[in-house]
Structures are given as C-alpha cells and as structure tokens.
Design a protein around this ligand. Structure first.
Ligand code: FAD
Length: 299
C-alpha cells in the first residue's frame, strides 16, 4: 500500500500526491512534493510522524514557505503542513497561546487588539508562528524568541512534549527547535500595553515594510547580515542591484531581496544567489551566508 492509500484512510484532511510546491512558496517556485499532508490535529500529526518512521520516508515540515527555496526537482517523501486546524489564538492572562499554523501578522494584530505588547515587530512578516519560532524571526530590533515561555511539539519519535524556556536556544535567525520536532503551539508572554498605541505600531511596521521592501514574490532577506555591515548594503555597493539570472533579479528597492517577477525557476534563483555571493566575496572578501533555506532536489 502506498502512503496515499495507507495514510489517506486514516487522515481526515487528506493527502495530496505530487503537489507543486510553487503553489505554496512565497517565491512561487519549487517542484512537486511526493506527498503533501495536512493533518487535522495533533493526533494525526503523530500518526504521520510514526508512519514516516515505520517506512523510512523522509519528513519535511513546511510552514508558509516564506523562507524556503524549494528546488525544481521537488521534495521526496512526506511534506507536512500545519494549516487551518493549527491556526488559533487564545488569551491566557497576559500571554497568548497560539497554534503553529497561525500567521504571524494575525498574531501581531490580535495582540494589539487585546492590549498586549511585544509582537508589533511581527506585523508584515509573512511566516507562520511555527516557521517564525524555528527561524527566530525578527524585525525592528526585536525577535520572537524573547517572548516564548513554552512550546508544544511532536518529537520525531511521535511523542508530544512541552518544552520550557530553558530547553530552547535562540540565536540570530536560528534556534534549536527544528532538531527537536514539529512545533504544534506556543505560549508567548507579552506585556500590558495600550491597544490604540499597539495598533498604531502594527500599522507603522506594515507601512515601513511597504516602503522598504519590493512587492513582487520573494523570500525576504536572502542573506544573513554579517557582523561588518548589512548584507543589503554590501550587495548594493558591490554593484549587485539589478543583477539577474533568467527572470530572477536582485531587487532595485532592497539589494538583499531576490524577486521573481514571474517565470523564474528555483535554479535561476539559486544561481543568482551564488553570483551575488561571488560578487561580494570578490569585492569585500566577505562570505555571505544564506538566511533562506534551500531544500529539495535539482531537476
Ligand atoms: C516579503 C518577506 C519579508 C520577510 N521579512 C522578514 C523579517 O522582517 N524578519 C524575518 O525574520 N524574516 C522575514 N521573512 C522570512 C520569513 O517570513 C520568516 O523566516 C518566517 O519566520 C518563516 O516562516 P514560514 O512559516 O514561512 O516558514 P517556512 O519558510 O515554511 O520554513 C522555515 C523553516 O521552519 C521550519 N518549520 C516551519 N514550520 C515548522 C513547525 N511547525 N515545526 C517545525 N519546523 C517548522 C521549516 O522546516 C523550515 O526549516 C520575510 C519573508 C518575506 C517573503
């Protein structure tokens, strides 16, 4: 029995075969996932993890696909996406408990509405809470890791556990969470604030993003900022703005963004990433590290 037959019988929400990842990534590129799974709850997620263990099929967790370059050959094995059933927010005192599938912008708006401060920076970051926690997403001098008090996840042996703050390590756009399992929900400790002021902060962050970032499909900042200087300014000064491979182009608005105006392949984007890296290496002897994660197989 193949995964579609075996898991399809057990999962309410179903399973898609050969699902084009270009439908799900913010860059709008990426070949097919062999099996794209949408668990309806934590129990189904555990079933999927155990099935992966039993069959030896690799398992990849996909959030909103806003920090991923999925190659044109796609992803072998199982891709699990925590969608609508994991999109929820509950208030608990001055904390919010939210599902991993909750969009960060929705969470920022809800916190502001509730008069809870600390999440305004997240408005406009297009990821899910799960992806934001793994990447320790941040902006405007703040980041999600500092708000975390507990995280519930399904470990790779299928067991569900809750991690305390002391079990989690956050760094610059990284954490130790992906190696621990699949995040199901998090409890974020927020401060009390004035709802109107917090709403204004949310609107300000959204407006700043519109002002600074290109509107065309991208994955946000491609490279991590090296200690010397922001990656964008190194790329701009090296003459990288407007550099292109096929339709993929380094944005004129923000040099650390690569945009897909339409028709680019993941191969074009990956090659452009390499060209930009080479340009900056030759000009400044700085080796840029990718912030976006490159996954899947080449065509
Ligand atoms: C226009 C634009 C602007 C952006 N601006 C910012 C910014 O200001 N700051 C910033 O930090 N980032 C920014 N990003 C990048 C991106 O939005 C963040 O990194 C975001 O946190 C990724 O979340 P995601 O749900 O899209 O994760 P994905 O890209 O789907 O996945 C990222 C990683 O997280 C893992 N993952 C996802 N969900 C889970 C889960 N539930 N459990 C375990 N692992 C999981 C994946 O396996 C993968 O390794 C921007 C992106 C775009 C397109």
């Amino acid at each position: 029995m193949n995964p579609k037959q075996e898991l399809g019988r057990r999962l309410q929400a179903g399973i898609k075969e050969s699902e084009p990842m270009s439908l799900h990534t913010s860059w709008k590129v990426g070949g097919p996932a062999d099996y794209y799974l949408l668990p309806a709850d934590e129990g189904e997620l555990q079933e999927i993890v155990r099935y992966g263990n039993k069959t030896g099929l690799p398992l990849f967790v996909f959030g909103n696909g806003t920090n991923l370059l999925v190659r044109d050959g796609g992803i072998r094995g199982l891709v699990v996406h925590l969608g609508a059933p994991f999109n929820y927010i509950y208030r608990e005192g001055s904390s919010l408990r939210a599902g991993a599938g909750t969009p960060l912008t929705m969470l920022a708006r809800e916190a502001a509405k509730e008069g809870l401060g600390g999440l305004g920076f997240g408005a406009g970051i297009p990821g899910s809470l799960g992806g934001a926690l793994v990447m320790n997403a941040g902006a405007f001098g703040s980041y999600i890791g500092r708000l975390v008090s507990k995280i519930r996840l399904v470990r790779f042996d299928g067991k569900a556990i809750t991690l305390g703050r002391e079990d989690i390590v956050f760094g610059y756009r990284k954490s130790n969470l992906a190696e621990k399992g699949i995040i199901v929900e998090a409890l974020l400790e927020l401060g009390k604030g004035d709802s109107e002021e917090l709403n204004r902060e949310v609107e300000h962050c959204l407006a700043e993003r519109r002002r600074r970032h290109p509107a065309l499909p991208s994955a946000g900042s491609v490279f991590r900022n090296p200690p010397e200087r922001p990656a964008g300014s190194l790329i701009e000064e090296a003459g990288g703005k407007g550099l292109s491979v096929g339709p993929a182009r380094v944005s004129e608005k923000h040099a650390n963004f690569i945009i897909n105006p339409g028709g680019a392949s993941a191969g074009d984007i990956e090659e452009l990433i390499e060209r930009v890296r080479r340009l900056v290496r030759e000009k400044f002897a700085v080796e840029l590290q990718a912030e976006v994660r490159i996954i899947g197989e080449k065509r």
